[in-house]
Design a protein around this ligand. Structure first.
Ligand code: SF4
Length: 491
């Protein structure tokens, strides 16, 4: 067997797509980093660290770019009779792996692969299949292979109960059943893959799943800018079906009469780059409102490990809201709430909210399913405020409706009805309506990351970030006021 260098993550990428593996080796500069989700990586670190606490007296191999140092350290721990080793590292003929948590017994070892997910995905089985295969080659008896994930049903009460927060799943049989596949692929990668010749692999489901591929732009560079993969509101299966039938551009879709006839009107609007105004529908929609109108927007944060009582893994926790209040005479007032860091702010936020929005008021959100979900969670968590919160819930209207239904559509919206696309379409010249002109925080994901990071900052830095968060959230509701005015002008 020829020696070559492959790691667990490279193997997993080769399973997803051989060309992805080849690109990593030959043209890594073509990789588009925007597919990487920083929040997922961060959650993975937090969960991985906490999972170590399940195992007493665990020895941890420190990360080193020189893998041999990690392998040597692992050997030392084994020689010293460590029973549990984190990042236990091995190599066989250039095939490298680090086991998240290895348990060592007289008659063999147990692999524990820790994931920050709440379900056991198929790709995790490939991961432990690779690990158990290599450990077998090194002469170890892998008695068991586990995937440790978070239990989405766990609700924190008091101290974290690790036995309930984590769910340990035995995947030994599935992992062993894939050993021949591991062997075949590793052999192919080491002996047959021609690094001089780009593999001819077509676009397919593997470009999106299990992980979005950063080479998608490279692999679709033959397509026109307005191509079928930029169509919104059309599912991936249909896009791939079109692609494999030779339908690439918007014109190709329009000219494929049978396919085009079956598309929903909102998709046809995008393809034809139509400008649509349905004044009757907009007027009917506007008749739903009564004054004063409360324009509401929340910012939320998600923690893989629930930090406070009553929270589940990844539950959305609101930490901020902005509220513009519009009177019938056109005057507008602004109120807001932004939690101090380091405490469970949900009760304080809920109480501020019910003070700011009187009963039976007309409230309005953009994509209200999100805001309503937050309010329902708060109502469930604080039964003493249930009635007041559900009053807001029940009197909420969604400003997204006219755009989602294309009662107003402009090609500048690029098929999207997200407020981030609607705003520049409605106010192309207005700099105050442009999120890109904000400092520091310009998107929901950035607001979440900024709030999470606040406890690590100096007092001065905290003030700067808090100001950025307030500006960002304020623009969300101010934008809604402006959109509403625009709709009124239209009718
Ligand atoms: S975009 Fe698709 S075909 Fe291209 S490398 Fe990625 S997964 Fe493979």
């Amino acid at each position: 067997m020829i020696e070559f260098n492959v790691s667990k993550s490279r193997y997993i990428r080769a399973v997803q797509c051989l060309k992805m593996y080849w690109m990593d080796r030959v043209k890594p500069q073509e990789f588009d980093n925007s597919v990487l989700d920083e929040a997922v990586l961060e959650n993975g670190n937090d969960v991985g660290e906490l999972a170590l606490s399940i195992f007493p007296d665990i020895s941890k191999v420190a990360f080193e770019t020189d893998k041999q140092i990690m392998i040597n350290q692992t050997k030392q721990f084994i020689d010293n009779k460590s029973k549990y080793i984190a990042e236990a590292s091995f190599s066989y003929m250039g095939r490298f792996l680090s086991v998240d948590i290895l348990e060592i017994y007289e008659d063999g070892v147990v692999i524990n692969e820790v994931k920050s997910s709440t379900s056991v995905k198929d790709v995790y089985i490939d991961d432990v299949a690779y690990q158990s295969y290599i450990l077998n080659l090194l002469g170890m008896n892998v008695r068991k292979a586990n995937v440790i994930i978070l239990n989405s049903e766990y609700t924190r009460q008091g101290n974290l109960d690790l036995s309930k927060l984590f769910s340990i799943n035995d995947v030994t049989e599935q992992a062993y059943s894939r050993h021949s596949k591991v062997e075949e692929l590793l052999d192919f990668l080491s002996q047959d893959l021609d690094l001089e010749k780009e593999p001819e692999i077509n676009i397919a489901e593997h470009c999106f799943s299990p992980y979005p591929c950063g080479y998608f732009g490279y692999c679709t560079k033959h397509l026109p800018e307005d191509n079928i993969f930029t169509i919104r509101n059309l599912n991936r299966k249909n896009k791939l079906m079109m692609y494999h039938s030779g339908i690439y551009s918007f014109d190709d879709v329009i000219n494929s009469k049978e396919i085009y006839a079956k598309l929903r009107p909102v998709i046809k609007d995008q393809l034809q780059e139509k400008f649509v105004i349905d004044k009757k529908q907009i007027a009917r929609f506007l008749a739903n409102f009564y004054y004063p109108i409360y324009y509401l927007d929340f910012e939320t944060v998600q923690y893989a490990i629930p930090p406070y009582d009553g929270m589940k893994p990844y539950q959305q926790m609101p930490f901020q809201y902005s509220l513009h209040i519009e009177q019938e005479d056109g005057t507008v007032e602004h109120k807001e709430y932004l939690a101090k860091d380091g405490f469970d702010c949900r009760k304080e936020l809920a109480e501020n909210l019910i003070n700011d929005i009187p009963r039976q008021s007309c409230s309005l959100a953009y994509n209200m399913a999100f805001e309503k979900g937050i309010i329902a969670d708060l109502a469930y968590q604080y039964p003493q405020h249930y009635t007041a919160l559900m009053d807001i819930y029940n009197n909420m209207v969604d400003l997204m409706v006219p755009f989602k239904n294309h009662w107003y559509y402009d090609k500048a919206m690029q098929g999207s009805y997200s407020i981030k696309y609607v705003l520049p379409a409605l106010f192309p010249e207005d700099d105050a309506m442009n999120y890109n002109n904000l400092e520091g925080v310009r998107k929901g994901g950035e607001a979440m990351a900024a709030f999470k990071n606040i406890p690590l900052l100096s007092e001065e830095e905290k003030q700067t970030v808090r100001k950025q968060l307030l500006e960002y959230c304020k623009l969300d509701t101010y934008a809604m006021v402006k959109i509403m005015n625009k709709l009124r002008e239209i009718v």
